[in-house]
Design a protein around this ligand. Structure first.
Ligand code: SF4
Length: 279
C-alpha cells in the first residue's frame, strides 16, 4: 500500500503505535486482515462486541429525542436489557433529562503534523460551566482509573476538544479547565470514571501527540525497521497478528483484555461526512 494512503490518526491507531509499532504497521499501514482470533471464546466475544455496538446505537437514539419507552423495546437480549435499564436509571444522574446542549456521535478533526487527528465521541455535553465528554463502555470488568487515565483515548479526546471544538462553544475554544471526561460503564452504572483537565495537561498531551505523529512519519520513511515488535510479549496474547510475528498461536481470554480490543470506529469514517473540522 502506498505510504500516502495513511493520512489519518485516531486514538486507536495511536494506542496501537504506543503498544506495539509493528501492530500499527500491520493494521494501519499494510491494512492486513486479521489472521487470528483476538480472544477466546471467539463467538461469545463477537456477540458481546456486537451487543456493545448496538447499545451505543440505542443511547444515540434516545439522545436525538426518541422516547425512552420506544428505545427500550429494541433492547432485546439480556445484556442489552440490563444495560438499557442501567442507562435509564442513570439519565437523571447524568443530567440528560433535558436534552439541550448535547452533541451525540460528534466527530472532531484537526491537523496533527503531517496527518489529521480524528475522534468520534459518543457524546459531548456542553453546559454553562462544564463541558463533559461521555464515553459508554460495556466492559465485563471495570478497568482501573490509572489505566484509563493513561489511555490514548482519554488524552486524545480531551486535547482534541480543546483544539478543535470552538464551534460547539460559540466560536471560542474551550478552556481545558472547563472539560471533563467521563467513562460510564453499562455494567457498573454507579461507578463512572471521571477525568478533569488542566492547561498543563493539555500542553503536555498535545506535544506528546505531535511527537508521536512525527515519529510515525519518520518510521513510514523506513518501514523495514521503523516499526519494531513490542518487547512486552504479554501484549501479543490478544493480538490478531500473532502468526505474522511468531508470537504464539492461542488467543488469550477476552475478559482479560477486552478494553484493549475495541474496534477503531474512526478507521472507516468518511471525511466527506465530517462537518466539524478545525483548519
Ligand atoms: S503479535 Fe506482538 S509483536 Fe506482533 S504485532 Fe501483535 S503485539 Fe506486536
Amino acid at each position: 500500500m502506498a505510504l500516502a494512503s495513511l493520512t489519518t490518526l485516531s486514538q486507536s491507531s495511536l494506542q496501537d503505535y504506543a503498544d506495539c509499532p509493528r501492530r500499527f504497521q500491520l493494521r494501519y499501514v499494510e491494512r492486513l486482515a486479521y489472521p487470528a482470533v483476538e480472544s477466546e471464546p471467539a463467538l461469545e466475544n463477537e456477540q458481546h462486541q456486537r451487543e456493545g455496538e448496538f447499545f451505543h446505537r440505542l443511547v444515540q437514539q434516545y439522545l436525538v429525542g426518541i422516547p425512552s419507552e420506544q428505545v427500550s423495546k429494541l433492547a432485546n437480549t439480556p445484556n442489552l436489557q440490563r444495560w438499557w435499564e442501567n442507562f435509564s436509571n442513570a439519565i437523571d444522574l447524568l443530567g440528560f433529562k433535558n436534552l439541550t446542549g448535547l452533541y451525540p456521535e460528534a466527530t472532531l478533526s484537526a491537523p496533527l503534523g503531517n496527518f489529521r487527528l480524528l475522534a468520534k465521541y459518543d457524546l459531548i455535553s456542553v453546559r454553562e460551566n462544564k463541558t463533559i465528554i461521555y464515553d459508554w463502555k460495556t466492559y465485563r470488568k471495570r478497568p482501573r482509573n490509572e489505566w484509563l487515565a493513561a489511555r490514548m483515548q482519554t488524552r486524545v479526546y480531551r486535547a482534541l476538544l480543546v483544539h478543535a471544538g470552538a464551534h460547539l462553544n460559540d466560536g471560542r475554544p474551550f478552556e481545558p479547565e472547563q472539560i471533563e471526561m467521563v467513562y460510564w460503564f453499562a455494567d457498573f452504572p454507579n461507578d463512572p470514571a471521571r477525568f478533569a483537565y488542566t492547561s498543563a495537561q493539555y500542553e503536555r498531551d498535545w506535544s506528546t501527540l505531535l511527537k508521536l505523529a512525527d515519529e510515525i512519519q519518520i518510521a513510514l520513511q523506513r518501514p523495514q525497521d521503523g516499526f519494531p515488535l513490542t518487547d512486552d510479549e504479554a501484549r501479543c496474547l490478544h493480538c490478531p497478528y500473532r502468526s505474522y510475528c511468531e508470537r504464539g498461536v492461542y488467543a488469550g481470554k477476552a475478559d482479560e483484555a477486552e478494553a484493549e480490543l475495541e474496534a477503531d470506529e474512526s478507521f472507516n469514517l468518511d471525511f466527506e461526512q465530517i462537518g466539524e473540522i478545525a483548519f
